[in-house]
Ligand binder design. Structure first.
Ligand code: ADP
Length: 407
């Protein structure tokens, strides 16, 4: 068997033959190759590219690296990780929670692999995760799960309109629909495309300024939904890891209703910055919401707030308000008992349903309506409880990696 040292030599020669189209020289000469490690035939390559680089170009380079290196005799596996210079700097300073693979320790205070990570299951401290440390999604600011105890309370409607409202507030937003029982994102946004796959990566669909991925894009309408635990887990992992989400401030995840494998898979795969629980103020749905809240606590995901939906009805002609559904007092009491604030109150409005049916959610279809304003208020609160940037990113960090495109 070939030794790692000679494989490394061949790897570097192969990398020198790959062109960087932007620099018109080899990716080694243009300093895109940050690190090469070979361990028992497993090649780890770290590439570094500006976040502004065209993602198709980035994929083309990564694919070529995979193809060339996999063709070298003695190579058992190739792992390519692309980082932005900023992320690389942070990791070198030991600030990134991303666990290192076979990287040699860097001189400047790299944390030990067991470092600040969570302890084993049931460790006791409030900040300790019940699951193994999960690596964040490269290039994504915050992951927010939108959940509900039961179906039909308006969870998907809230997820879509919240995503659009955040986007209107100048954030870069992605929306991932993992509601395996009824993925509704394609209908809600009127998207019929299928996502493109570039060799090893799924490209999210871009519509209404959002990056989107949904099981609904991949399923035939009449395919039976009988996925069980491990398949659900696999799908969710793949949607989080193999889809190019880079350059987002927020990834909103529309969860399936209830408490189950999907929630567990999400919490185990990526750090979730917060969850919202959508509920109507009826007794049963409140009870389910409390259950959902408890489950997220167990998974150490902070529930940022409750969103009540369809409690009020605003008479279009007069603007008069009626409470039509359950008891708003009870929701307030429940929110106190669960020590979780009510972050949003979305009135019942036929425009919401119409917008959903027509593929034009109310936040963009009727932006001046009171119900659209309720979604904008919710987005503001979400952004307040989730300030972006970890202190050293300045304005860029605040408004997302690609905010310069908007100026
Ligand atoms: P879930 O994701 O919880 O199953 P959906 O978002 O699919 O629920 O909503 C269920 C139905 O209720 C949809 O027809 C939707 O248009 C409607 N709906 C949701 N929120 C409202 C609202 N605030 N006003 C009127 N209709 C609504």
């Amino acid at each position: 068997m070939k030794d790692d040292f000679s494989i490394k030599g061949e790897v570097i020669t192969a990398l020198e033959a790959i062109d960087d189209p932007e620099a018109e020289e080899s990716i080694v000469d243009s300093h895109l190759v940050e690190q090469v490690e070979v361990d028992s035939g497993v090649v780890d390559v770290i590439l570094v590219m500006e976040s502004s680089r065209d993602r198709k170009e980035r994929f083309a380079i990564e694919d070529e690296v995979y193809d060339e290196l996999e063709a070298i005799a003695g190579v058992r596996e190739v792992k390519v990780k692309t980082m932005t210079p900023k992320a690389l700097e942070r990791e070198a300073r030991g600030e990134s929670p991303t666990p290192k693979r076979s990287e040699a320790p860097k001189p400047s205070g790299t944390p030990s692999p067991s470092g600040p990570g969570p302890g084993p299951k049931g460790g006791g401290g409030p900040q300790q995760a019940a699951t193994p440390p999960s690596a964040p999604i490269e290039g994504v600011g915050k992951v927010i799960a939108v959940a509900s105890g039961k179906g039909g309370v308006g969870k998907s409607t809230v997820a879509v309109n919240l995503a659009l409202a955040l986007q209107k507030q100048d954030f870069r937003v992605g929306l991932l629909d993992v509601d395996i029982y009824g993925p509704s994102l394609p209908t809600l946004l009127g998207v019929e495309e299928r996502p493109a796959v570039s060799n090893r990566r799924i490209l999210p669909i871009e519509a209404s300024g959002l990056r989107l991925m949904s099981l609904g894009f991949l399923m035939d309408e009449d395919s039976p939904v009988i996925w069980r635990g491990p398949i659900v887990t696999g799908i969710i992992r793949q949607f989080l890891r193999d889809v190019d989400w880079s350059g987002l401030d927020y990834l909103i995840v529309d969860m399936p209703p209830g408490t189950g494998d999907a929630q567990l898979a999400l919490a185990q795969t990526v750090p979730v910055d917060g969850a919202l629980i959508v509920t109507t103020p009826s007794d049963l749905s409140l009870l389910d919401a409390a259950r959902g809240l408890q489950m997220f606590k167990t998974l150490n995901v902070e529930v940022k707030g409750i969103v009540t939906n369809m409690a009020r009805f605003i008479v279009p002609s007069s603007g008069e308000e009626f409470f039509i559904f359950g008891d708003p007092e009870q929701v307030a009491k429940e929110s106190e008992r669960l020590e979780t604030p009510i972050l949003g109150e979305i009135p019942l409005d036929t425009k919401v349903r119409r917008g959903g049916d027509e593929g034009k959610p109310v936040v963009i279809g009727e932006p001046d309506s009171p119900v659209a304003k309720a979604f904008m208020d919710l987005a503001e609160k979400v952004a307040q409880v989730q300030p972006l940037g970890d202190g050293d990113d300045g304005e860029d960090g605040k408004k997302g990696l690609f905010s310069f495109l908007k100026s």
